[in-house]
Design a protein around this ligand. Structure first.
Ligand SMILES: [Zn+2]
Length: 420
């Protein structure tokens, strides 16, 4: 079935709902401060529930406060095709991060109503709790519980800087639901999100077809040399840990360049004793490497470890090299990716495949449901910033791609179940 040509969302209504919810936690600089489980979060949740109910959906809330609005289809025994993202923000967040995904989903539901479209199975819209993780770490907490990555007790026990518990705050705002988190099955999951990077804008593309999330590894490096007087220790006799670190930072950078598109970063360094006239005897620094392929990351890791150890030997310092975190690459569902690709093509939007740098709720949801994402550009790649900006036409493009991808997937799942 090729989609009817009137399959287009109401752009003004979508932009209006983004501006309307931006009131909840609005900052003087035009951003949004809506930390998870605060009164502002409760206000936007109340708004969201009312808007979904007005669109004919039933709204369920699970024990982690994840909200599921469901628009019934012809056969409601089938798991819904879901759209989801988050309504919480960073302390100095923008109007679009997460929000554009939830409200594009709301606009899709409203458009299905306007066009009197009956889907085969139900369509759901999810507001995932605590994606940002800035009040209660870690990020993507409740999509994580949904996917079985964390359990309820762990989530409830997260504590903010004032000593308030996640579980208590969830109950305080009245969003502890009865439903067991993760009990609900999803037939698929799509998430529209701003890119939070500069690639789409630089290439003049409107849509990013997100194929996955890159793998990420973190390391800690400790160097021990020998402290000495900067005036009296001859150069050949020194064991300068900071000089060794400087050479190592070059090597980390070179490894990223050698294995493009790997990105490799030394972002934190401590030097002791950090004194003008003392040869540094002790340095600690971190390394962050990322690539869409775990195999490439493995190679980069081996080379960095080899190079750093060689530099340490040549510099006569001791090295301790330790991996502290390994987050494997995520590969989204090929058929969901295909739905996004076809939708962008039908609408004539310039598009490219892209691998996400940041994590998103879809990372965890993809463990329990076929998933893909739709990226739209944001100005200068700026995000987690009150000045975060994306154009109305770009928001509309993302929502129209979402609408088609959802209908395409609904039809595909119906055909699959008939063939069975
Ligand atoms: Zn986000």
């Amino acid at each position: 079935m090729s989609a009817p040509s009137n399959l287009i969302v109401n752009a003004e209504r979508l932009w209006g709902s983004i501006m309307e919810t931006a009131k909840f936690g609005a900052t003087p600089k035009g951003g949004v401060r809506r930390l998870t489980l605060t009164d502002e979060d409760r206000q936007v949740r109340d708004w969201f529930r009312a808007a979904c109910e007005a669109a004919g959906c039933t709204v369920g809330v699970d024990e982690m406060g994840n909200m599921f609005a469901v628009r019934p289809g012809r056969d409601n025994t089938r798991p819904p095709v879901a759209m989801g993202s988050h309504l919480d923000t960073q302390p100095t967040g923008g109007k679009f991060d997460g929000i554009v995904g939830v409200l594009s989903g709301l606009e899709v539901l409203r458009t299905l109503n306007d066009l009197h479209i009956e889907t085969y199975g139900p369509v759901a819209l999810v507001n995932w709790t605590n994606e940002e993780g800035s009040r209660f770490g870690p990020p993507m907490l409740c999509s994580g519980v949904f996917a079985g990555v964390f359990d309820r007790a762990y989530a409830d026990g997260r504590v903010d800087r004032e000593g308030k518990r996640f579980g208590d705050e969830l109950e305080r705002i009245g969003y502890r639901g009865e439903e067991k988190c993760g009990a609900r099955k999803l037939g698929a999951h799509f998430e529209v999100h701003i890119e939070q990077g500069p690639i789409l804008e630089a290439e003049g593309k409107t849509i990013g077809i997100v194929t996955g999330v890159q793998g990420m590894r973190w390391y800690e490096v400790t160097l021990t040399g020998s402290e000495g007087h900067a005036g009296s220790t001859p150069m050949p006799m020194r064991r300068d840990a900071l000089l060794a670190a400087a050479r190592m930072i070059e090597a980390v950078n070179a490894a990223g360049l050698r294995h493009a598109p790997t990105v490799s970063t030394v972002g934190l360094i401590e030097c002791k004793p950090n004194s003008t006239n003392v040869i540094p005897g002790h340095v600690f620094f971190t390394v962050d490497i990322r690539n869409p392929s775990d195999d490439v990351l493995e190679t980069v890791e081996v080379e960095i470890e080899r190079d750093l150890k060689a530099i340490a030997a040549a510099s006569r310092v001791e090295i301790e090299f330790r991996r502290t975190w390994n987050s494997p690459a995520v590969h989204y569902d090929p058929l969901c990716i295909d739905s996004v690709r076809r939708a962008a093509a039908e609408l004539g939007h310039p598009a490219r495949e892209i691998v996400s740098g940041p994590g998103h709720d879809s990372v965890y949801v993809s463990r329990v449901a076929p998933t893909s994402m739709v990226f739209i550009p944001c100005e200068k790649g700026l995000s987690h910033n009150e000045l975060e900006k994306t154009e109305p036409e770009q928001v509309t493009a993302g929502a129209n791609v979402l609408l088609r991808a959802v209908l395409d997937t609904d039809q595909r799942l119906a055909e699959q179940s008939r063939a069975r």
